[in-house]
Design a protein around this ligand. Sequence first.
Ligand code: SF4
Ligand code: SF4
Length: 379
Amino acid sequence: MQKQREIDFGKRSGLKVHPVSIGAMRFPENVDESVALIRQAIDSGMIYIDTSRGYIDSETKLAKALKNGYREKVILSTKWCPWNLKVEADDDTSAECTYKRINESLKRLEVDQLDFYQLWSINNNELWVQATRKGGMLDGIIRAKKEGLVRHIGFTTHDDPTNLNKCIDEADWCEAILFTYNMLNRTYEDSIAKAHEKGIATIVMNPISGGVFAQDSPPLNNAIKNAIGSADLVETAHRWLKTNKNIDTIICGISKPSDITSTLANYNKPDFSSDEMKRLNAEFEKVSNKNSGCCVDCKYCMPCPKNIYIPGFMQAAYFSEFLKVDGKPRNIYNWQLSPNNTERSADPSECIECGRCEQRCTQKIKIIETLKTLKRKFG
Ligand code: SF4
Ligand code: SF4
């Protein structure tokens, strides 16, 4: 069993946490297997649990796992928003609806109180305003907090960092934020530091870039070999995160016992020196999208007359064609076309090859050919 290392979970919450936490999105299908896995993680010291009303039956599996004294050992957090999931057709961003969803999650989790309730996917200013307006979602959580149903409040985000930093300044009610952050995506590095400095708990999702570091990617393999002589991308990614003391905990998605043991083993290895961090950051800068001629999400190619969301597809191409990994690019491709995506794209096959986007692309990407390649691979 791993020795539990307790660190501050942000000064505002007054709680302590383990640097590795339980991601509840991909539990095994079998309920008994899920219960055993969740308890293995808790027994190993992982005490913060990140679930959601939107993670299918995650909440009900957790309800079973948290019997027999396990509930008291954990910091239990769930989240919801109507733009990711409408449980009922008339779900909206009102305080009443959020209060109803909180009570539903309490029933599904079979608990009397949630340690955290998070506003899920605050991804732009419009959603921030919707969620925090008078009578909006936040007011529903504050009501639940006053009634003792929720102890702490947070939010999760994929917002532009400039807007996010403004939200961090405004949100005196916020006790935790969940950010994407890893060696390949350092977008929120300053926001994480700012939140940490304000006493907000900082939680990192996608520590291994959605499984990318678990694959054989020639550019990434070369990057860690050149920087520190390592051949283990996942171990390097975990040690790189644990060296950053602005991060309180990372979310480890658990679907099998080795997800727990291998992540904790990596977290028991030493931090990198500042020279090793500098070399890793320099090597990963070289393989970043902006230095490899790939899409930098500047959006100069938009709008497309056929409503194709070009930057989204070009991001899939970065992972598929440049980094040469599977899984993540298909997910990104499918997300562009998903009905749950508020910026849902037209299919790449709609392209009429007008060439407008290529004339404007700051990276000179052959967008038309790339869309055809992606369609052949993932369409
Ligand atoms: S070439 Fe295709 S993708 Fe580009 S702007 Fe024209 S229709 Fe849209
Ligand atoms: S202009 Fe080029 S680099 Fe910028 S978002 Fe469009 S495809 Fe990406």
